[in-house]
Design a protein around this ligand. Structure first.
Ligand SMILES: Nc1ncnc2c1ncn2[C@@H]1O[C@H](COP(=O)(O)OP(=O)(O)OP(=O)(O)O)[C@@H](O)[C@H]1O
Length: 309
């Protein structure tokens, strides 16, 4: 569906060489999969998505979307993909039904066809009862579901979603994930950006982790975790200023230790054992937590930073 080789994006600036937000990345997105770009703010995820959406010119390397070159076939590509931008850009003047209807008419679809599709999409987005409501009467989650529904009006094979659940509460996020699962089941290829590792783990069959314009890791979430982390992590909080000294004392308890400003992360197969042995050594953490390794740990391992830095 998407192939990129050495893909680059440089933004011109008034002085100097400009700024290169994407620095030569290779990607292959296969039909029917959910593919993710995970990374912190400024990693280059949106810049990559905008090139894939064929609204921002490629400045280096090669990109093919559905076999086409965005520099030549932009309009044809845009007609066959759906794009759900980071910010909701719904028409505030129109009600829910008309937001979908007017968008469908932009694609040149006949009135009756659009009406039928709008009905189906309202059902799909669980917004049928809100058909007559104005956009500003909707919750954040409903607006996102409507934006996704709108991006499906042309029945795209490929749907691009930039930070689909940023700013939503947990319940709204889960409803949205459910919407995306159903799309995937219907055979739509999903490409999404996120800086939520749980979202990446839940939704993505495969993903790339981006940092500073390059890909630092690629694979299925479970495989990445297995490859770059241990099964469990023991998080140990000590008093202010004690972490560095304690990290040395506990260094042999795990495969490795990360020292964060407010806690130590001890990577081991059995986190409870790390906690028990910490106590055996006479150290008393203020708080302990044992959890599974996540993509956040993979990111920390590969970049030395947390995703929210
Ligand atoms: N039009 C532009 N002109 C100059 N620099 C830009 C432009 N758009 C983005 N950048 C810069 O490119 C870098 C990557 O931005 P991008 O939006 O792709 O990151 P991101 O990973 O999507 O992060 P976010 O989660 O904040 O959207 C940032 O440093 C940003 O400031």
């Amino acid at each position: 569906m998407i192939t990129a080789r050495g893909l680059r994006k440089r933004f011109r600036q008034t002085s100097g060489d400009g700024f290169e937000a994407v620095r030569g990345i290779d990607i292959d997105v296969r039909k029917g999969e959910a593919f993710g770009f995970l990374g912190p703010n400024g990693a280059g995820k949106s810049s990559t998505m905008r090139m894939i959406a064929s609204v921002s010119p490629v400045t280096g390397g090669e990109l093919r979307i559905l076999g086409m070159d965005p520099a030549v076939d932009g309009p044809a590509i845009r007609g066959r993909i759906g794009v759900c931008p980071q910010e909701d850009n719904l028409d505030q003047e129109l009600n829910v039904f008309d937001n979908l209807y007017v968008y469908g008419r932009y694609f040149g679809l006949p009135k009756q066809v659009v009406r039928e599709r709008v009905g189906e999409l309202l059902e799909f987005a669980k917004l049928t009862e809100k058909a007559k409501a104005k956009v500003d009467e909707l919750s954040g989650g409903m607006k996102r579901r409507l934006t996704i529904a709108r991006s499906l009006i042309n029945r795209p094979d490929l749907l691009l979603l930039d930070e689909p659940t940023t700013g939503l509460d947990p319940q709204a996020r889960h409803l949205l994930w459910d919407q995306l699962f159903r799309l995937k089941q219907a055979g739509v290829t999903l490409v999404l950006t996120t800086h939520y590792m749980d979202e990446a783990e839940q939704l993505c069959d495969r993903l790339v982790i981006m940092d500073k314009g390059v890909i630092v890791a690629e694979g299925a979430p479970r495989d990445l975790i297995r490859e770059h982390s241990t099964r469990e992590v023991a998080e140990l909080r000590f008093g202010v200023g004690e972490h560095a000294a304690h990290a040395e004392l506990l260094a042999d308890l795990g495969d490795r230790i990360e020292e964060l400003p407010d806690r130590l992360l001890v990577y081991a197969e059995d986190g409870e054992e790390v906690v028990a042995r910490t106590h055996e050594r006479g150290l008393q953490p203020i708080a302990t937590l044992v959890r599974r390794s996540t993509l956040e740990d993979v990111f920390l391992r590969l970049t030395g930073r947390t995703l929210v830095d």
